[in-house]
Unconditional design. Structure first.
Lengths: 70, 169
């Protein structure tokens, strides 16, 4: 984002809401196809993370009884 | 080769719909993403024309990807043919290419013709596709007024503002 650019009310509101405007400017520099492809890549990453988290939690749970009895 | 775990192949779905000249407008999260939203979405929402010929084309385009009703028991008999499309209006589907939602009407806009009027040509994967405009998306999100819609509004409004300022310069 251009540092000299003045924030309009809508942009200010979005920023206050927690929206990272730099992410929006970055996406706007991509083509619509690239935006969709990056979304799918991020989605893949999020799903992999969730799976890893579930696996990790499963392993932790399976260890719990043994830990309690020892 | 990229490993796809989200199992959503937007390009293949769009190519087949395009090849058979299905009349549709991309709406919802994927339309928002195409406009620059950082929101993550895992399905493709389409508003489709209810014309008889279009229902035939839509059924033909999706048949190779084995559309089933999402969340329904696997043994529930279902075929997304012209008859099923004619007797229903909104379908939440899972296909071999990912989740696909077909809507005959869009909140705040109306049917396909209204959605088409609020859409614009966007080049996706080398194809010209109709995508709901940012203004149209904002209108539908305001009309739907669910928490997930309200959460998306500030970002869509910011994108609209940026687009307007970019057009001025």
């Amino acid at each position: 984002m251009d540092k000299n650019e003045k924030l309009t009310p809508a942009l200010k509101k979005a920023q206050e809401y927690g929206i990272d405007l730099t992410l929006l400017y970055e996406r706007l520099s991509w083509t619509p196809t690239e935006r969709i492809e990056k979304n799918l890549q991020m989605l893949d990453f999020a799903i992999e993370l969730r799976k890893a988290g579930e696996k990790n939690r499963g392993q932790s749970r399976s260890r719990e009884p043994a830990e309690r009895t020892s | 080769m990229k490993k796809i775990v989200a199992n959503l192949e937007v390009e293949s779905l769009l190519k087949e719909l395009h090849r058979l000249e299905v009349e549709f407008v991309i709406i919802g999260g994927m339309a928002a993403v195409a406009h620059g939203s950082a929101y993550l979405t895992s399905d493709l929402d389409l508003c489709y024309s209810r014309k008889k010929q279009n229902l035939q084309r839509l059924a033909e385009a999706l048949a190779p990807f084995h559309p089933r009703l999402r969340g329904a028991p696997l043994d529930l008999p279902f075929a997304l043919d012209t008859s099923a499309l004619r007797s229903g209006s909104n379908f939440t589907l899972i296909t071999d290419l990912g989740n696909l939602d077909l809507l005959a009407e869009v909140s705040g806009l109306g049917g396909y013709e209204a959605a088409f009027s609020s859409s614009e040509d966007v080049e996706l994967y080398g194809m010209r596709c109709r995508v709901l405009t940012l203004e149209g998306l904002i209108r539908t999100k305001k009309a739907a007024d669910r928490l997930k819609d309200r959460l998306l509004l500030p970002e869509l409004e910011a994108l609209l503002e940026i687009r307007k300022s970019q057009k001025k310069t």
